[in-house]
Design a protein around this ligand. Structure first.
Ligand code: PGA
Length: 261
């Protein structure tokens, strides 16, 4: 995997937005896998700025959701469907028809999971999947010890993730759903390009385990080591526990410019 150390979250957002822009110039109807949480916001802001400045036509882009809470009423503002519509689809000027995601309010959750995997495949697969990382090393909502071959399915959140996400629910852990639908690690690994963004010191341990530890289900993000095109973009704080930080800086500085991310 390639590790790119950037000065701060804004620089990470701009770098990834440029990679997305290059993809959309090459393939205007690319299927972009998007993540929720605080980390990817600078990417969406930078992408939106490019569209508003007329530098990028994203009108044919298609958007795929990574995960979803189970049991929130349809339209709940913290459902990931509502979040992605608000943070990505609307700012980029896309219609709701450009968007696909798992149905977290389905009565038959297992059928909804299988339907989502099938929908991703019939859409031609995800071209670029943006990922955050949990403090426990999760990607999507694949919590520690998730099968590295897993498909989209229901998962139970760890207590740590419930605490981490309570900030979106008035700080009340009681309001955070206990279950989610998430693309499996096997599903995520089928995307053509994986781009993981991590910012802040709180992610430093998870980043070090992901990049420099063994591939292990206990650190779900370490599965990126098995992907042929995985990029990990980290700010200085999130990179602070990487032993090979100087090597990563050296290789990126000397990278041929035409390679892009
Ligand atoms: P965060 O969440 O970006 O809000 O830190 C990341 C994640 O849980 O995947």
């Amino acid at each position: 995997m390639e590790v790119v150390i950037v000065p701060d979250a804004k620089a990470g957002g701009e770098l990834i937005a440029e990679a997305v822009a290059q993809l959309l110039r090459r393939k205007p109807d690319a299927l972009l896998g998007v993540a929720t949480g605080s980390t990817p916001l600078p990417v969406y802001e930078a992408l939106t700025a490019k569209v508003r400045a007329g530098e990028l036509d994203a009108s044919a882009a298609r958007i795929a959701q990574l995960d979803e809470y189970v049991g929130l009423p349809a339209g709940h503002p913290e459902s990931y469907r509502a979040t992605v519509l608000r943070e990505v689809v609307e700012p980029l000027g896309l219609g709701p028809g450009s968007f696909m995601g798992p149905d977290g309010s389905a009565e038959d959750v297992q059928a909804a999971c299988a339907a989502y995997d099938a929908a991703l495949a019939s859409a031609g697969g995800v071209d670029l999947q943006l990922l955050g990382i949990g403090t426990d090393g999760h990607i999507g909502f694949n919590e520690p010890c998730s099968s590295l071959a897993s498909r989209t399915r229901i998962k139970t959140l760890t207590e740590q993730t419930i605490k981490d996400n309570a900030r979106f629910f008035d700080g009340d852990v009681g309001q955070v759903p206990r279950h989610v639908i998430t693309q499996g690690i096997g599903t995520i690994l089928e995307a053509r390009h994986l781009v993981l963004l991590a910012t802040g010191e709180g992610k430093a341990d998870a980043v070090a385990a992901t990049v420099e530890g063994p591939v292990a289900a206990v650190v779900p993000a370490s599965a990126l080591q098995r992907h042929p095109h995985a990029t990990v973009v980290v700010d200085e704080a999130a990179a602070s526990k990487l032993k090979l930080a100087d090597y990563f800086r050296h290789t990126y500085t000397n990278k041929p410019e035409w390679q892009g991310l």
